[in-house]
Write a protein of this length. Sequence first.
Lengths: 204, 204
Amino acid sequence: MSIFEYNGSAVVAMVGKNCFAIASDRRLGVNLQTIATDFQRIYKIHDKLYIGLSGLATDAQTLYQRLVFRHKLYQLREERDMKPETFASLVSALLYEKRFGPYFCQPVIAGLDDDDVPFICTMDCLGAKELAKDFVVSGTASESLYGVCESMYKPNMESEELFETISQALLSSVDRDCLSGWGGHVLLVTPTEVVERTLKGRMD
Amino acid sequence: MECVFGLVGDGFALVAADSSAVNSILVHKSNEDKIMILDSHKLLGASGEAGDRVQFTEYIQKNVHLYEFRNGIPLSTAAAANFTRGELAQALRKSPYSVNILLAGYDKDIGPSLYYIDYIATLHKVDKGAFGYGSFFSLSMMDRHYHSGMSLKEAVDLVDKCIVEIRTRLVVSPPNFVIKIVDKDGAKEYAWRETIKDAEEPTA
């Protein structure tokens, strides 16, 4: 089994009309054994910027701590929050620093920039950025997620429809992956509010 | 075949561990205490390579005491867990410790808590956790019988059920177990569950 499949994970982000949604599964496993069903994979950087970290859980936690540290320093120096594009470049740089001994994580970054235009991107464990206008996926269920998102996604969805779409996409993909699932965690971010919801899916 | 498991009850947290010290096919002793009392209100149950286990847990214990001496107040359970994870994470890509840890503690404002810390420094707060081959049996027993807010008697009954299951179903099951609890009155040894007693040491 590959090191990326040690803990099991599924993360997806989608762009809607002036909003975005980011979702993840809730399973924390050790190979085939499930340890917890309430593991948090999506972390808040600031009110309009979230990062979902799939892959090895220990590296996700270490990487998150380093990113929060860098962002807090940035906030102190610049007296403002980081733009999503800037943050994506920061994550990419941090990952490439460890080119010959990488963090085994694939981040999914989603944010609203200063004009409330949604931004999403993903990258591999070495920091190769992939910008997208519609959706990005990562984790052990990524192949299923690509297929489901491609068929279910429509551009310019309102927030409630976006929530429905991303929830169904996540739940049906993780049902085809034994290493991810046990429910879902969806964050819907609009310029005015952030709605956090927990999904009940197949608990197996 | 080391077994460590623990759970959180009503106003207390409990950790049980086997007590055999083994080297290949030889059993050195059957009354090895693998649950360290970290400070007045914390327990550290550890399983893994013998040298790493003792060295790493003593290192954590001394650092927890140092913090209390320097600052005049004890570390919270969450802080101690994050410190432990940090030490494991730093050592991970240099010379990793092969120690799995269940850290149980009681804080006045939060109550009892249990932290699962993998040998690769995955940290997660849990209600019930287990390591080792015994975890396949004890986690399933706890999934069936555990509910939040268990009384001490119910929790010890559940621990006994898990120990019976491990003794029946694990091929080289450890003969003896130790149970320690931590509640508002502090961390203390609760009971031993022995089937083999070591020979009495000769007195002068």
